[in-house]
Design a protein. Structure first.
Ligand code: ZN
Length: 93
């Protein structure tokens, strides 16, 4: 029996404040814009509950660069619903 919950939430030391307890979350990030945009799912982001900082590890940044360079071989075409946050410009109108 393998317990994976421990591995997913393993305690890390925050690069910013040095305290243990930073949490890895998986998010979806979008690079570029318009028809050239590249969506990368499952990007690990380290979030620290102590100082509130969120950051990507160096190895994550490297991997993202690699994916961007070789996006043709990594990326699959997926139909994508893209919404624009409506409130953003409403105030200016
Ligand atoms: Zn911190």
């Amino acid at each position: 029996m393998v317990d994976r919950t421990g591995a997913q939430n393993k305690m890390r030391r925050c690069d910013n404040c040095g305290k243990a307890g930073a949490i890895e979350k998986r998010i979806t990030r979008i690079y570029g814009r318009g028809s050239n945009a590249l969506v990368i799912e499952n990007v690990p982001v380290i979030t620290c509950p102590h100082c509130g900082v969120s950051y990507l590890e160096a190895k994550t940044l490297h991997e993202i660069e690699r994916i961007k360079l070789h996006r043709k071989s990594f990326a699959k075409q997926k139909p994508l619903d893209v919404a624009t946050f409506a409130l953003q410009k409403a105030a200016a109108l």
